[in-house]
Design a protein around this ligand. Structure first.
Ligand code: GUN
Length: 294
């Protein structure tokens, strides 16, 4: 079994990004600027956004965090999005999800200028992804593709099973793995809550991508020997022995599944850090486009 070390790989990607930023700035260009919008006090969202902002500093980006109370009106949030769309100093921005129930995530996502949508969630960008046109790929799927590529994992002709059909991970992942690209050319099965026999499907996977949000859902009896496992889940499970009061668990029962896997991502330290660097990559791409650098 080989561990797919997202922490290490993300560190390598950050060095590459930092080098490019330095070259741009040395030539008189402008450092990329990412804005993150955080609404409310959700603990996990605060952690994720904090990590995104910190990573910007590590690679020489400018970053801004806009924090709003959970009771902000939808109208006020949409106004903020419009201001960011029109702010020439901003190369890309994200609105961290989930949003409070009284705000439509779709309305907010659709209000973001697709050219600044570095999360790749806007319908225009998702449509471009489906058509194989240049776009911002959603950060988590983009991160998974980079991991598969950098670890030299052969995907062509393989059977990829995706568990979970969320708009930000499962659904785009299933499309990307079937594309006619280096990482792609898989036969894909997308499973979800109405799938009759999940185990029968996961047992057929050469590559298993789990993005369900249910701690330790996949057990050793659900996978075949030699499977490549990508675990996207990260759930806080109460744990009195930890100082912070919880442990982070993936969607895969790591210890037992690792014994059968050829490659596997840990949680934490697998997909998560790659999501952050993908966001940085998209922001760098946007900044270069806006400055006419290719
Ligand atoms: N919530 C969970 N993952 C993400 C992400 O990649 N981007 C945003 N904006 N919100 C999220």
């Amino acid at each position: 079994m080989q561990l797919i070390d997202g922490k290490k790989t993300s560190g390598e990607v950050k060095i590459e990004i930092a080098k490019e930023v330095k070259e741009i700035v040395d030539k008189g260009g402008k450092a990329p600027h990412l804005v993150a919008v955080l609404v409310g006090e959700d603990g996990a969202s605060k952690t994720y956004v904090g990590s995104k902002v910190r990573s910007c500093e590590e690679v020489g980006f400018k970053s801004t965090l806009l924090k709003f109370d959970a009771d902000i009106s939808e109208e006020k949030l949409l106004e903020t999005v419009e201001q960011l769309n029109n702010d020439d100093d901003v190369d890309g921005f994200i609105v961290q999800l989930p949003l409070p129930k009284h705000i439509s995530e779709l309305k907010v996502t659709e209000a973001i200028d697709p050219n600044k949508d570095v999360d790749g969630f806007h319908p225009t960008n998702l449509g471009k992804m489906v058509l194989d046109l240049p776009t911002f790929l959603p950060a988590t799927p983009f991160g998974i593709i980079q991991l598969l590529e950098r670890y030299g994992i052969e995907t062509s002709g393989k059977h990829c099973v995706v568990v979970g059909r969320s708009h930000i991970v499962g659904t785009p992942m299933s499309i990307l793995m079937a594309r006619k690209t280096k990482i792609g050319n898989c036969t894909v099965t997308l499973t979800h809550s109405r799938t009759k026999d999940i185990k029968a499907e996961t047992l057929r996977a050469d590559i298993l991508i789990v993005a369900l949000g249910r701690a330790e859902f996949v057990t050793a009896d659900m996978v075949k020997d030699g499977v490549v496992v990508i675990d996207v889940g990260i759930t806080r499970v109460p744990d009195a022995s930890k100082k912070r009061g919880y442990a982070l668990k993936g969607d895969v029962k790591f210890d037992e599944v690792a014994e059968k896997a050829s490659f596997i991502t840990p949680v934490p330290g697998g997909v998560g850090p790659m999501t952050v660097v993908s966001l940085l990559k998209n922001t760098l791409l946007s900044a270069k486009r806006r400055q006419g650098i290719n």
